[in-house]
Design a protein around this ligand. Structure first.
Ligand SMILES: Nc1ncnc2c1ncn2[C@@H]1O[C@H](COP(=O)(O)OP(=O)(O)OP(=O)(O)O)[C@@H](O)[C@H]1O
Length: 481
């Protein structure tokens, strides 16, 4: 009753005093900053806690010079208090409150920081939970770093044709240098795979490889995704801001897929990364130094885009220092057997069970198709064919319905016999001998491989070599492997 009688104003005054007394008895350290985040006062206990030398004045110094990574500036900017936070100081953890200080007219005068406990016993449950979360975070970070390491090496890029050998030679050379690489190639040709392999073979291999698919991210989100955002730059950015992918790739490689889709304003910002090795996060008035190597990829004709004014010429020249073209699958049909084998093995490895095979007589069927989706499409077709039949070996008919009929008459015409009519036996024998010579050439004379790719046994292969007298044609031409 008596309490009620003293009125609300008095209760508030008493409550405020009680809070101040409680604070006084609890706090272990305190300091205040002015509106420019310079220390205006600090008690001796906190100075001792910080290990301050007692000679230099802390007063007047920017708060971050005295308390590394201090969050006071954010409290000043937002005008909002942090009632409870846990900070790391050296190897200790402290519980802190940050409170903005205002004059009677409500104007911001500065802010106060209070260290409530330097031994966190009284907050044990909270601290235990915090430490648990921190160690979980650490594990997740490590896993993330691991997943950001390159997934593929040059050995993962399957192919033995001259076109692929040359491609790998170029890519290996590019890996040794630190210049920007631009990968050209149709969709599904393995550009991303190569980017990973280049990174894995480069001196940056131990650092992250971060990929951004420019075409897959809406233009409005792309800037923050790439360059990061300062706290409060837009709704949804946490109080620590958001790190952009460029910063995540610091020390390592940034892989920009579909670079041709980069909107013009961001092209200018990206140019700055290449020229100055620095970024400006969205909404921040500061720049951050970064050290990234850029590998970009495109399925579009970037040079034509430059000529049409759709892509900045200066950026194009910075990205195109080491251009590498990845050939489409239809230009290297001789890689089909190796690719099918590798893809079917990989599928079996993932799904369990023995790998399927593609029958030798199915390859002409596969080679006759254009493969606009390249190796990715080949993988899909093999997956569908394997799912549809139970047999271990996939024959030509198993691809019916999955592939359109052969793309043009051209290939058929080339197989069409010309000139006089000769006995079928003779024509077939000639075709067989030609196929064997071709197989030996393509496998550099490695007979086991030639037999495998022709889809016949070694014994059959040797018998055919003998019957066509191929070994005696050019002594030492073919190795006896
Ligand atoms: N030479 C190759 N050897 C083995 N696998 C390959 C090869 N080329 C491509 N692949 C596989 O094909 C799929 C597509 O490859 P990748 O994503 O690297 O192509 P891309 O050119 O980057 O395609 P996009 O332009 O559509 O992004 C992946 O599963 C990849 O592992």
């Amino acid at each position: 009753m008596a309490f009620k009688a003293i009125g609300e104003a008095e209760i508030r005054r008493q409550a405020a005093q009680a809070m101040i007394d409680l604070f006084d008895s609890m706090y272990e350290g305190a300091f205040a900053v002015d509106t420019r985040a310079r220390i205006s006062w600090m008690n001796d206990k906190f100075k001792a806690l910080l290990g301050w030398n007692g000679v230099d004045l802390v007063e007047g110094k920017p708060v971050e010079d005295v308390i590394p990574h201090s969050e006071m500036r954010r409290v000043l900017d937002s005008g909002r208090a942090d009632l409870l936070d846990i900070i790391d100081l050296g190897n200790r953890q402290l519980t802190v409150s940050r409170i903005p200080l205002r004059g009677e007219d409500g104007r911001l005068l500065g802010a106060m920081g209070v260290i409530l406990f330097d031994r966190l016993q009284s907050l044990k449950p909270l601290v235990t939970r915090f430490q648990q979360l921190q160690s979980e975070l650490e594990i997740t970070r490590r896993e993330l770093a691991e997943s950001r390491r390159a997934k593929y090496r040059f050995g993962s890029f399957v192919g033995a044709t001259e076109a692929v050998r040359q491609l790998k030679r170029h890519a290996r050379r590019a890996a040794e240098r630190d210049a920007a690489v631009l990968l050209y190639g149709e969709t599904g040709t393995g550009k991303e795979l190569l980017a990973h392999a280049i990174h894995a073979a480069s001196p940056r291999a131990q650092k992250p490889m971060v990929r951004v698919n420019v075409a897959a991210i809406p233009e409005t989100l792309l800037e923050a995704e790439l360059f990061g955002a300062a706290p409060g730059a837009y709704t949804g950015v946490g109080r620590h801001g958001r790190e952009g992918k460029i910063q995540l790739a610091d020390g390592g490689t940034l892989f920009l897929d579909e670079i041709g889709d980069m909107p013009p304003p961001l092209q200018a910002k990206l140019l700055r990364v290449l020229q100055e090795q620095e970024i400006e996060p969205l909404g921040a008035n500061r720049v951050v130094a970064v050290d990234v190597r850029i590998i970009s990829a495109t399925s579009r004709d970037l040079k034509a885009m430059v000529d049409k004014g759709e892509f900045r010429a200066d950026l194009y020249y910075r990205l195109n220092v080491l251009p590498i073209t990845v050939p489409p699958l239809r230009e290297r049909p001789d890689d089909l057997p190796l690719l099918c084998e590798a893809l079917l093995e990989d599928m079996a490895h993932r799904a369990g069970g023995a790998p399927r095979e593609v029958a030798a007589d199915a390859f002409p069927r596969l080679a006759a198709y254009d493969w606009p989706g390249n190796v990715r499409e080949l993988r899909n077709v093999l997956e569908q064919a394997a799912a549809a039949v139970d047999t271990d070996v996939l024959g030509p008919d198993d691809f019916d319905g999955l592939l359109p009929r052969p793309r043009s008459a051209a290939r058929q015409v080339s197989a069409k016999p010309a000139g006089e009519i000769r006995p079928l036996r003779e024509v077939l024998a000639e075709a067989e001998a030609a196929a064997i010579r071709h197989a030996l050439e393509q496998t550099n004379g490695v007979k086991v491989e030639a037999a495998r790719r022709l889809g016949i046994s070694r014994a059959q292969f040797y018998a055919k070599l003998a019957s066509h007298s191929i070994m005696s044609e050019t002594p030492d031409r073919w190795k006896t492997v």
